[in-house]
Design a protein around this ligand. Structure first.
Ligand code: GLN
Length: 491
């Protein structure tokens, strides 16, 4: 018999509805796995809260009032605020912080009335304030990649990707500002999607770079991602000023549509010199698979791909420096014990509470926004951001979906880039363009590259084309079995 932790969200939801398993049994099973975990994926567990949510889901299932995913366990990236668990954003600044409310995404997925009914197993590790690509910037601990524990799981949603790959939970939430759902999904061999900017509410998602931050699901299959994303999205106009007034959709509706005639754009800039041979081979093989499924490959160009790195690393820090000014030791967050006056209290609280990478970004951000540099850096970056969006619209004149690698390499070794921030930034080259344009993007397991490590295929769609992306990913998963392979098993 298949173990409970090998089952998908879709399958578990059906089993729960058929009363073949209870939410409480599942919660106990996944709690036990999560409690025994040594990868560093979790920052907090609260078995009482998890079991109380499971009890509520069982009650709703019995009463016939349950949401579509009632009783299925999951876990949240520790950047979504939750009342039942502490929320730290991976930072000492928020150590012990307890939110008085749940983030919209948490509420929509959870057991509250009107929610999808999922049960939260705990809070997952991440880079501090979601700044990073390896999870090594967490102020608490690093996370190891379940495929090779000497390697990083990717970041910033590294706890989420490691937990799903190791089957500690069937699914998790992540957030993606410049690739933090897609890149860790790629590094850990799972599936993840970032929707169109504004689809999922940012209310209660601790802000990093507000014009880029988006929430999304991470799971093993595209179908599971579709089910969760359907629950997560929808307008939240009173609470998030950038929430789009676009109704929630059933993103699973087109999952079995044939791909005949689908035009897949392949940007030449995504296949340049820095791309590892093993990654290229896996990506090429999945593109061939798409041709077999009836899709047509169209060569395209996204000429400003390289510029997305400096543009992103100006805009994101600029927004971060402004967003993080709220952590001043007064309203909430860490307050130093050692101060003489208000200004020294601010300074010491921030010096003690923030980690090195966060400080680096605050300083960069303040610099590019300062008088005399604003025009040269920030404004210039905004102009190029617009051009990057325009390049995508040009490309979508001739193709429906864009495909390429998620990252230039497979997961690197822990510590390998820890002292070299620029090396981390450069590795984001293929995920940043879609982020800057606000487009939906996903990572789908596409095979294995260097050292047998997982490789993700990135699919980018035009605005609001999530259902089309998920369909393309689902069809690939029906033709391949990479998403079913397990760390420690045969590759
Ligand atoms: N690696 C990128 C950064 O450090 C993206 C992070 C993210 O998407 N949250 O900013």
């Amino acid at each position: 018999m298949t173990a409970l932790h090998d089952l998908s969200v879709a399958f578990l939801a059906a089993e729960l509805r058929a009363k073949k398993v209870s939410a409480t049994e599942l919660a106990q099973h996944f709690l036990a796995r999560s409690q025994a975990d040594t990868s560093g994926a979790f920052l907090s567990l609260n078995p009482e809260a998890t079991l109380a949510q499971a009890k509520e889901a069982d009650f709703q299932l019995a009463a016939g009032t349950a949401g579509p995913l009632a009783g299925v366990p999951m876990a949240h990236k520790d950047i979504f605020v939750t009342t039942d668990f502490p929320t730290t954003a991976g930072s000492k600044m928020l150590e012990g912080y307890r939110s008085p409310f749940d983030a919209t995404v948490v509420r929509k997925l959870g057991v509250q009335p009107g929610g999808a009914g999922m049960v939260n197993v705990g809070k997952l590790n991440c880079d501090e304030f979601a700044m990073g690509s390896s999870n090594e910037n967490s102020a608490y601990k690093s996370v190891t990649n379940p495929w090779d524990t000497s390697r990083v799981p990717g970041g910033s949603s590294g706890g989420s990707s490691a937990a799903v790959a190791a089957r500690l939970v069937p699914a998790a939430t992540g957030t993606d500002t410049g690739g933090s759902i897609r890149q860790p999904a790629s590094f850990c061999g799972i599936t993840g999607i970032k929707p169109t900017y504004g689809r999922a509410s940012r209310y209660g998602m601790i802000a990093y770079a507000s014009s880029l931050d988006q929430a999304g699901p991470m799971a093993r299959t595209a179908e599971d991602c579709a089910l969760m994303l359907s629950a997560m999205c929808g307008p939240d106009l009173d609470r998030d000023s950038t929430s789009l007034d676009v109704p929630a959709e059933n993103f699973a509706r087109d999952l079995n549509a044939p791909l005949d005639g689908l035009r897949i754009g392949v940007p030449k800039e995504f296949f340049g010199e820095g791309l590892a041979a093993g990654v290229r081979a896996a990506v090429d093989a999945s593109l061939k698979e798409y041709e077999k499924l009836g899709a047509k490959l169209i060569p395209i160009s996204l000429p400003r791909t390289e510029l997305s790195i400096p543009v992103y690393y100006i805009i994101a820090p600029a927004e971060a420096s402004s967003n993080l000014s709220r952590f001043d030791g007064v309203k909430f967050g860490h307050r130093t014990k050692d101060y003489t006056d208000l200004v020294s209290m601010y300074k010491r609280s921030r010096a003690e509470g923030f980690g090195e990478e966060v400080k680096r970004r605050i300083m960069t951000g303040a610099y590019v926004l300062s008088h005399g540099y604003y025009d040269a850096y920030y404004l210039q970056a905004q102009k190029i951001r617009r051009m990057i969006s325009d390049d995508f619209q040009q490309a979508f004149q001739v193709c429906d979906v864009i495909a390429g690698p998620v990252a230039p390499t497979v997961a690197w070794k822990l510590g390998e880039k820890a002292d070299d921030p620029v090396a981390n930034y450069l590795a984001d080259i293929f995920t940043l363009p879609a982020s800057l344009a606000g487009l939906p993007g996903m990572s789908v397991p596409a095979g294995f590259g260097e050292e047998g490590m997982p490789v993700g295929l990135q699919l980018i769609g035009n605005y609001f084309k999530e259902a089309q992306l998920l369909n393309a990913a689902h069809r690939l998963q029906q033709a391949t079995d990479f998403h079913l392979r397990q760390p420690g098993g045969t590759k």
